[in-house]
Design a binder for this molecule. Sequence first.
Ligand code: NAD
Length: 268
Amino acid sequence: NQIYLDGQTALVTGASSGIGKATAIELGQARANVAVNYAGNSVGAEEAADIIIKNGGKAITVKGDVSKQDQVKSMFATTIKEFGTLDILVNNAGLQKDAPFLEMTLEDWNFVLDVNLTGQFLCAQEAVREFKRRGPRPEISASLGKIICMSSVHEIIPWAGHINYAASKGGVMLFMKSLAQELGPSKIRVNSIAPGAIKTPINTSAWHTPEAEEKLLKLIPYKRVGLTSDVGNVAVFLASDLSDYIHGETIFVDGGMSLYPGFEDGNG
Ligand code: NAD
């Protein structure tokens, strides 16, 4: 059941670690050319690109802060110059800056909204410009282009102490759905992935000790913490024509975290 994306180019934002890095590697495994974005330290992005190239694929690293329009434009320009065009955008870059409500500064609020929501807007706009400029290539893909937004279970689950993050992901939900409505007639597919708890640097404290992991598993009916490959596999599927009729959807990759696990003992 291997999916192949021959002749297609993907840009993955925030791909120097965690879910983005794994997704970049899996897209490369599926034979897409991959632009591996990083914001600051290039080490993780270079590792991902090296793995793709060692596996026989093509990859470059592209520096850019997704919340800065000039940097976004330049990373898209570099990608298109290198590979000719772009077919797949994975809007993955995201971060947390947690604080109780009254301690949250305006800077904390803006920082998270700028990266997690505005960053997705800026990157999607550049991607759609390129999809439309290039036009259809039915021999390569059924659609004009694919945008995959990395959301979170917190697009629907409220999260005390993380209101900037939850607001950003709630925003991603209607950003994605509105964009899907607007771009469907242009044959551009737009979907989201909503991960639950995946083992990455963003949430190390939630799983790095056996006690923390046990507490976390209470929130996960399937009783295992997610792996980055769980998300990467779904991203490859959403990037491929196997999912050609999935449009404007959020796919939850969460071991059932969004199933109200507090009710699993039948009480309530
Ligand atoms: P991570 O911290 O490993 O990865 C986030 C990446 O985004 C990092 O590589 C970071 O450098 C990059 N980044 C941050 N700011 C950036 C900017 N301004 N421009 C470009 N890149 C930037 O964490 P992760 O868990 O892999 O997170 C990836 C995505 O998945 C995020 O959008 C996150 O909200 C989402 N997510 C993660 C989980 C989880 O359990 N790990 C759950 C739900 C959603």
